[in-house]
Each structure stands twice: as structure tokens, then as C-alpha cells.
Design a protein around this ligand. Structure first.
Ligand code: PEP
Length: 253
């Protein structure tokens, strides 16, 4: 944790959720009482089809919503794409960009991710820029170098604490039940903060929220959230259960 930063716990629903699952968001809202609201910010990133309805369902709860991706373009002949402006119009506050599933399955490069993050900022959304090494890269001792390069290539110049969130998500920890050691997370988050300092200046970098993501559960959240420079979590699977998502938020608080 960075004491001066209010943590953020963001749920990434991925390609899960029909209208019936809006009840999960409503249950999270019921459990997000005054004390928790004071201590930790919450966001849910639903599939695009649910975005508008979820934002409406969460009115008054102070739970933000976010897209899971956005186009680098603002409008036009890009069939199937969703612009940052459209997400904003549907009530979004955040847009995840550069999730490893996008980088791997859709061939997104650092340059693509940066263009998407810039488009998000232009639409006044806060991009949650994801970075993280593969298992092979960690085993080869390249994790720090890979992630620093992703930071240099994916983060828009001029970003500030108010306009950027970074999520460190080791690819091998996503959806696998595996997590890095607290020492490894500490080393990586300190390196990310330092790299952001070089790119954005120390003052801006010191306030950017650095989330950890990858198999965060109620049982490991407290240990991970106690690591220096971990300012919250990006949660996949566990965000689909209101009870687990709230337990992670409480561990953050
Ligand atoms: C994710 O996909 O961003 C993620 C962190 O997934 P999980 O929590 O399921 O590992």
C-alpha cells in the first residue's frame, strides 16, 4: 500500500454476464457501505452489452464502471469496435487497455495499447494500462526488463495520477490460481513506480495507482495488498461473486 493513495479494486468480468448477472453488481453495491466507501474505490468492468444497464443499476452507489478495452479511433468504419467516447456515454469512468488477453489473442503491441490509452484519456476516461510478463520471460530472468519496456511503450506522455492507473498482471498468474511471492510483487511494483517516474516525473508517478492482478482471492488479498506500492487490485474470476469481491475490497481497506 501507498498510504497517501486511496486504493482501487476493479473487477474485470471478461466475457461473462447476462442481464441476470446485474444482480451481482447490485449485491456489491449493497455491501459497499460508508466505511468501505471511505477506504477504497470500487469499479466493475462488465461486457459492453451490460455497460449502460450496469451504470444505471449502480447510480448512487459510488461504484464506477469501466470498459474492458476501447478503440484507438474515435468513430468511423471500424466494425465491432467500441470507442472510448461510447464507453463514456454509457457511464464509464475507466477503460482497461492492454490486458494480456488482448495483447496475446489480438496481437496488441505496446504502441496499440498506448494509442488506446490516449484515446481513453481524450474521452476523459482513466485508462487502466495492463502490463505483465509471461512465465517463460520470468523463468528467463527477463520479467523486470519486459515490464519496464511495456511501461515505456504503453503509457501516454503527460499522464498524471488523476488520468492513469497501471495494473501489473503476470500473465502466468491470470486465472491459474498461481501468484508471485510478495517479494516479487514488491520488486516489480517498485520498478514500475521508478519507470513511471522517469517517464512522467516523480511527482506525477508517486500518485499513480498501481494495481496487482492475477488470481487475487479473499484468501490472498490481504498479503498482496500489504506489499509496498500495491494500491489495489484488478480482479477477474473473483469479481463475479459479490461476496468474494467485497472481501477483497475489505482486505484492501
Ligand atoms: C484478469 O483477467 O485481469 C485477472 C486478474 O483474472 P483472475 O483474477 O481471474 O486471475
Amino acid at each position: 500500500m501507498t498510504r497517501s493513495i486511496k486504493p482501487l479494486v476493479a473487477g474485470n468480468w471478461k466475457m461473462n454476464g447476462l442481464r441476470a448477472e446485474l444482480a451481482i453488481a447490485a449485491e456489491v453495491a449493497r455491501g459497499y457501505g460508508a466505511e468501505l466507501r471511505h477506504a477504497v474505490d470500487l469499479a466493475i468492468c462488465p461486457p459492453a452489452t451490460l455497460h449502460f444497464a450496469m451504470t444505471a443499476a449502480l447510480i448512487g452507489s459510488r461504484i464506477a464502471t469501466g470498459g474492458q478495452d476501447c478503440s484507438a479511433q474515435s468513430s468511423g468504419a471500424f466494425t465491432g469496435e467500441i470507442s472510448a467516447g461510447m464507453l463514456s456515454d454509457a457511464g464509464a469512468t475507466y477503460a482497461i487497455v492492454g490486458h494480456s488477453e488482448r495483447r496475446t489473442l489480438h496481437g496488441e503491441t505496446n504502441a496499440t495499447v498506448k494509442a488506446k490509452a490516449e484515446a481513453a484519456q481524450k474521452a476523459l476516461l482513466v485508462p487502466i494500462v495492463c502490463v505483465g510478463e509471461t512465465q517463460a520471460e520470468r523463468e528467463a530472468g527477463k520479467a523486470l526488463a519486459v515490464v519496464k519496456k511495456q511501461i515505456r511503450g504503453s503509457v501516454p506522455e503527460g499522464s498524471t495520477a488523476a488520468t492513469l492507473v497501471v495494473a501489473y498482471e503476470p500473465v502466468w498468474a491470470i486465472g491459474t490460481g498461481l501468484t508471485p511471492t510478495a517479494a516479487d510483487v514488491a520488486e516489480m511494483h517498485a520498478a514500475i513506480r521508478a519507470e513511471l517516474g522517469k517517464a512522467l516525473g516523480k511527482a506525477a508517478a508517486s500518485g499513480v495507482r498501481l494495481l496487482y492482478g492475477g488470481s487475487v482471492k479473499p484468501s490472498n488479498a490481504a498479503e498482496l495488498m500489504n506489499v509496498a506500492h500495491v494500491d489495489g487490485a484488478l480482479v477477474g474470476g473473483a469479481s463475479l461473486k459479490a461476496e468474494d469481491f467485497l472481501a477483497i475490497a475489505k482486505a484492501c481497506a
